[in-house]
Design a protein around this ligand. Structure first.
Ligand SMILES: NC(=O)c1ccc[n+]([C@@H]2O[C@H](COP(=O)([O-])OP(=O)(O)OC[C@H]3O[C@@H](n4cnc5c(N)ncnc54)[C@H](OP(=O)(O)O)[C@@H]3O)[C@@H](O)[C@H]2O)c1
Length: 240
């Protein structure tokens, strides 16, 4: 997709990978409608000249607020980037089930509802794009985060089926699988993390190439291992 002149809605555009993505998309000539939750970060992104919709996407009201915020607007691309997920580990006591439900809603229900709500507009564009940010953990889970990993595996599966359904519709479906990136999501965890601006750069490049998947950084190696031996990929990832 040629990004210049396009209008792109980016969820979770106020921090981490999304905060880099909105700036890189703007520098390509796109009009960006950002979304975020935290009021201070929303204000900071507004101060930088972006239009921002504030909503908690772990609730139906938040999804409705985002859809209402773009009603009647031209949307050429939807980037489902907002995501989160705490550990859920029975080895460390009873997990927080309310947090698990919120993770499932944010990481899976919200993208599905936003896609459904924007589908008529995206179809009307002739050329459009849906970008779903999953994770390398969609390929094989790590032991401590089964709910997060399950949501990403589910969104990966959803994206693959959606891509097939939308063949010939003019709507391209891109799945992005980031590695461990230096953001608040991975604070205190992981090493040799990718910088968020480099992750965003590779997402933008994949959009420009109309790629089906953006396997970023070490995720390329994980995909290779998984194609040879899914059992080995699972064995490597489970300890992360
Ligand atoms: N970082 C990694 O290593 C990594 C690896 C693989 C995949 N990913 C995926 O990449 C995407 C971006 O993650 P990130 O690392 O950039 O995380 P991040 O720095 O924590 O940023 C996440 C963004 O999502 C928003 N968000 C979080 N919970 C929300 C909620 N309940 N409602 C609405 N918005 C919410 C945040 O808004 P506020 O914080 O402003 O409220 C923020 O703008 C996520 O889908 C994540 O799963 C990340």
């Amino acid at each position: 997709m040629q990004l210049s002149g396009k209008t792109i809605l980016v969820t979770g555009g106020t921090d981490g990978i999304g905060a880099q993505l909105i700036r890189q998309l703007r520098s390509k000539g796109a009009t960006v409608i950002a979304h975020g939750r935290n009021a201070d970060r929303v204000a900071a992104v507004r101060d930088d000249g972006f239009e921002v919709i504030q909503a908690d996407l772990s609730t139906q009201a938040g999804i409705d607020a985002v859809l209402a915020g773009v009603m009647g607007r031209r949307i050429d691309a939807l980037i489902n980037n907002a995501g989160a997920g705490a550990d859920h580990d029975f080895r460390e006591g009873a997990p927080d089930l309310a947090a698990a439900d919120a993770t499932i809603f944010l990481n899976l229900n919200a993208p599905i509802h936003l896609i459904a709500g924007l589908m008529p507009e995206l179809k009307s564009r002739g050329e459009a794009m849906i970008v779903n940010v999953t994770s390398g953990l969609a390929i094989a889970p790590r032991a401590g985060g089964p709910v997060y990993c399950a949501t990403k595996a589910a969104l990966r599966s959803y994206s693959q089926a959606l891509r097939y359904q939308l063949q010939g519709s003019g709507i391209h479906v891109l799945e992005v699988l980031p590695p461990v990136v230096e953001t608040k999501l991975t604070a205190g965890r992981g090493s040799r993390k990718m910088a968020p601006d480099e992750c965003a750069r590779q997402i933008v490049s994949a959009m420009e190439r109309d790629a089906d998947e953006a396997n970023i950084g070490i995720v390329k190696v994980l995909q290779l291992v998984n194609s040879i031996s899914p059992a080995l990929a699972r064995k490597i990832m489970i300890r992360f």
